[in-house]
Design a protein around this ligand. Structure first.
Ligand SMILES: Cc1ncc(COP(=O)(O)O)c(C=O)c1O
Length: 359
């Protein structure tokens, strides 16, 4: 499909195709109507191939933070271990603390990834119901090895593996079944390139069995309710019907592209940023474990990151600032969703011009 070059490179929300946005103009339907049943039946089978599972994937009308809370409330009876490497994995820990759950943490400095061997040692010291972490820490541009962490958790314990795949799913490899992930969640507004408002999530059989033994799962945060309604062919409450229309169209595009081709395109975008940075004086904030969907970069000496972001905005281009403490120092280029290397080349050229002006 031909389209204008993308000028919107936030690490979420991301660019959404016109036909996907137009799908939201469809007439509304009753959420318990036959038409909604058909819409649900159309969207439901499109999700498991993206999650790489033979199981079901459920739909919540909420941003992903609600399902992060749901994962804890539904599966953790006693104690959880959080792996923290940035703002979103910190948020997950804060959620557990806010629920009054006994929460331990392993924390690494911003820009570093979680070492699975450190997780192994923690699991030898204590027993946990679950280990929770962000696969791709959008705030720092770091990608953890979800497969290695999950393998260690399963080798050392019976704890569930809870994975925030918000900015990785539908962009880079996430193998839910092969890696043994127990709760995996992802928002529509990142690599899916669907407007914000929905979260898709999967529960393993182990996660379902463990949740059945947890007494206070809440209502909106009870992930088993979503499973039950899914089996009945719908959602637990009035869903964001218009966004589900959009999701149905875009998930079709994702499957048409092919999930592995989509992963390859994201890796190509990451490689392009890497090659460009090496020739321009930009350096990656993370020394290793760099995310293929979002690049967190430090500008050349003497050039202000915030000045780059605002000069781009004046020319009609959008990228992210650094996140939290990195806000004044870094830029974040989201190359997730529909972004191609050609789109990126357009952006990088403008950044080159801006840096020349600011230097
Ligand atoms: C890795 C990660 N986890 C969680 C979230 C929170 O998602 P939401 O804003 O949809 O609640 C984000 C949002 O940027 C994210 O990047």
């Amino acid at each position: 499909m031909s389209r204008d070059p993308i000028k919107f490179f936030l690490p979420g929300p991301t660019f959404v195709r016109l036909d996907v946005r137009e799908a939201m103009l469809a007439d509304l339907i009753g959420h318990r109507s036959d038409a909604m049943g058909e819409l649900y039946a159309s969207i439901a089978p499109k999700l498991p191939p993206i999650f790489r599972t033979t199981g079901d994937v459920y739909i919540a009308t909420s941003s992903s933070t609600l399902v992060m809370q749901g994962a804890i409330a539904s599966t953790v009876g006693n104690r959880v271990l959080h792996l923290i490497c940035g703002a979103f994995s910190q948020r997950w820990y804060d959620i557990s603390v806010s629920l009054g759950i006994e929460a331990d943490k392993i924390e690494v400095p911003l820009g570093e990834a979680i070492d699975p061997e450190v997780v192994r040692q923690a699991l030898r010291r204590n027993s946990y119901d679950a280990v929770a972490f962000a696969h791709n820490e959008t705030s720092a541009g770091v990608m953890n090895s979800a497969s290695e962490i999950s393998a260690v958790v399963h080798e050392e314990s019976d704890a569930l593996v809870l994975v925030d795949a918000v900015s990785s799913m539908a962009g880079i490899e996430v193998e839910v079944d092969e890696w043994g992930l127990d709760v995996t969640l992802s928002g529509t507004q990142k690599a899916f390139s669907i407007p914000p408002g929905l979260t898709f999530f999967h529960l393993s059989d182990r996660a379902i069995a463990q949740a059945e033994g947890v007494s206070k799962r809440g209502f909106y945060t009870d992930l088993l309710r979503y499973r039950d309604k899914h089996l009945a062919g719908g959602t637990i409450t009035t869903p964001a019907i218009s966004t589900i229309y959009a999701a149905d169209v875009q998930l079709g595009h994702i499957l048409d592209e092919g999930i592995e081709n989509r992963w390859a395109r994201h890796h190509a975008c990451h490689a392009r940023v890497t090659e460009w940075a090496a020739g321009t004086g930009f350096s990656f904030f993370p020394a290793s474990h760099r995310s293929p969907t979002v690049s967190c970069l430090l500008p050349p000496e003497g050039v202000s990151a915030l000045a780059i972001v605002s000069a781009l905005a004046q020319r009609g281009w959008t990228i992210g600032t650094g996140y939290g403490p990195m806000k004044p120092d870094a830029i974040r280029i989201g190359h997730m969703g529909e972004v191609t290397v050609d789109d990126l080349n357009g952006l990088l050229l403008v950044i080159d011009q801006i840096v020349a002006e600011l230097s």
